[in-house]
Design a protein around this ligand. Structure first.
Ligand SMILES: Nc1ncnc2c1ncn2[C@@H]1O[C@H](COP(=O)(O)OP(=O)(O)O)[C@@H](O)[C@H]1O
Ligand SMILES: [Mg+2]
Length: 258
């Protein structure tokens, strides 16, 4: 583990309440830069809520969310995307009646420079930028292995291809930190192996990957470090080999669902 390097993300005492329910309860941990970091825990443990607190979809009730040295708690989602945080969703969220390529171009637009004026009058600058955006979007489709489906409606892609398309769209924002919420849910063992390969490729681009995953095998193989949530609380943290042996984890998680 890189101890001398600053973490890319640091959660400090994060709490999220919904009325009387405490979904995330005083959670603190650091995500080291350049690694695969995993968040696991039973259904309802607060994993997705924690992701939502990081991306700005929820404002934490208390605590700090420090990304690259600045507290971003409560920052709006479009802004956290601009700052370099991208995500995919537990329940796939694509523009179903847009082509795969256009879905990725939406991701690119987070970073586009042309103003509305340029776009309306189709200035040379806007046209050049639009062309570059298409080319880059194609590269992202190629990177995740679905370039053959560039022109197909997102809704017509197979389930596994839709998951990859979401990752391509997230990568199009050129994130430093990529949050994947159960990216292998519903995958066959073969698809899981391919997903792990894709995660390796993403890491080798210098992007930090923070993933929520149910399949313990995937988590153990792909991640350097794991945090375990149960009823909103962090109950364990460490390398996979340690976490696997932790009795609280076995009781809370392994015993029940894996
Ligand atoms: N927007 C919301 N409003 C009210 N309760 C919520 C909301 N989002 C999540 N919860 C509740 O918070 C708890 C944690 O949910 P969630 O973060 O989705 O868990 P996980 O992703 O670990 O399965 C659950 O009890 C869930 O019902
Ligand atoms: Mg969830």
């Amino acid at each position: 583990m890189s101890t001398d390097q600053k973490p890319i993300l640091s959660l400090q005492g994060v709490i999220k309440r919904f009325g009387g329910l405490t979904a995330v309860d005083q959670v603190s941990f650091d995500v080291p830069k350049g690694e695969v970091f995993a968040l696991i825990g039973p259904n309802g443990a607060g994993k997705t809520t924690l992701f939502n607190c990081i991306t700005g979809m929820h404002v934490p009730t208390a605590g700090r969310v420090v990304f690259e040295g600045r507290d971003i708690a409560g920052t709006k989602p479009y802004r956290t995307a601009q700052l370099g945080i991208a995500r995919t969703f537990q329940n796939i969220r694509l523009f179903e009646y847009m082509s795969a390529l256009d879905n990725v171009k939406v991701g690119e637009h987070v970073r586009m420079k042309a103003k509305l004026w340029d776009a309306i009058f189709r200035t040379p600058f806007a046209r050049r930028e639009e062309r570059e955006v298409s080319e880059r979007a194609m590269e992202h489709l190629r990177f995740v292995g679905i370039e053959r489906h560039a022109d197909n409606y997102a809704r017509n892609l197979a389930y596994g291809q839709q998951r990859r398309l979401e990752i391509a769209r997230a990568l199009a924002t050129e994130p430093h930190l990529l949050l994947l919420d159960e990216p292998a849910a519903g995958f066959t063992p073969q698809e899981k192996v391919e997903l792990m390969r894709l995660v390796d490729k993403i890491i080798s681009r210098g992007i930090t990957v923070f993933l929520i995953e149910h399949d313990m095998r995937v988590v153990m193989e792909v991640s350097q470090r794991i945090v375990v949530l149960d009823h909103g609380e962090k109950i364990a943290e460490g390398p996979p080999a340690e976490v696997r042996k932790d009795q609280r984890v076995i009781d809370a998680y392994l015993g029940k669902s894996a």
